[in-house]
Design a protein around this ligand. Structure first.
Ligand code: SAH
Length: 233
């Protein structure tokens, strides 16, 4: 068997954004924060080892902070989740190599970059134009050509490219927006934090025809999902 059987690795542009020190911190992050807490999907772990998380942080963020075990401010009052939370939600979403994935809440673009390595196509929606613009630049600089970033209210989903095999919401919703269920393909998974403004629980909904199976997961704290079918501004 030749290399043809292997999934494509990260684009060559990743190396230019990296350094031996960043790589060492990142491998430690995966071992101590992600694997040690039970994330075991090899494709997911490989994506977290590959994506330079520091390239998605504000310019003056130290490398130590970029790879630390906590959420990080990304400007505009928003945050990028703790690495473990990004990883466990990604594992639960289980994006396959040919899947079309929708993310609501592009933020820094970090989660979208992880999804880009795992799925066929990623469509991500961000309501704040400044964050969408920065994320677009970062993903282009890293050579991730299978991600499209849209500005808009993700509580309406993104009907133009529906249906999706997987939908991931990275902001906290008071309830599951109906449009996201409608845009889920048969067999598709929706992973979303649901609850109050301060604390929530990650939920996974799996679609089987017209049936939607809901499974509760871990407790979490996300910034609010703001839009027509979530929290008011
Ligand atoms: N996934 C991001 C982190 C997201 S933080 C990352 O990897 O960095 C949550 C993001 O959701 C914020 O950027 C916020 O502006 C955005 N957001 C909140 N409500 C939204 C909505 N209705 N539609 C799209 N994006 C929304």
């Amino acid at each position: 068997m030749g290399d043809d059987c292997q999934p494509p690795g990260p684009p060559p542009q990743f190396a230019a954004a990296d350094s031996p020190q960043a790589r060492e911190l990142r491998l430690a992050m995966v071992r101590r924060q992600i694997e040690a807490r039970g994330v075991s999907d090899e494709r997911v772990l490989a994506a977290f080892r590959a994506v330079p998380r520091h390239a998605f942080c504000a310019p003056r963020t130290s490398l130590d902070a970029a790879y630390a075990d906590h959420p990080l401010a990304i400007g505009q009052g928003q945050t990028i989740s703790q690495p473990y939370m990004v990883a466990t939600m990604t594992e639960w979403l289980a994006p396959g190599p040919d899947d079309r994935v929708l993310e609501i809440g592009t933020g820094s673009g970090y989660q979208a970059a992880i999804l880009a390595l795992l799925a066929g196509e990623v469509c991500t929606v961000e309501r704040l134009p400044a964050l969408a613009a920065t994320a677009r630049e970062r993903l282009a600089a890293l050579g991730l050509a299978n991600v499209r970033i849209h500005e808009g209210d993700g509580t309406r989903g993104w009907p133009q490219d529906a249906p999706y095999n997987a939908i991931l919401v990275t902001a906290a919703a008071p309830r599951i927006p109906e449009a996201l269920l409608e845009q889920l393909a048969d067999g598709g998974r929706l992973v979303i934090p649901v609850g109050g403004r301060d604390v929530q629980q990650v939920e996974r909904v799996t679609r089987h025809g017209d049936r939607f199976d809901r499974r509760p997961g871990e407790g979490c704290r996300f910034v609010p999902l703001i839009g027509a079918f979530a929290w008011p501004e």
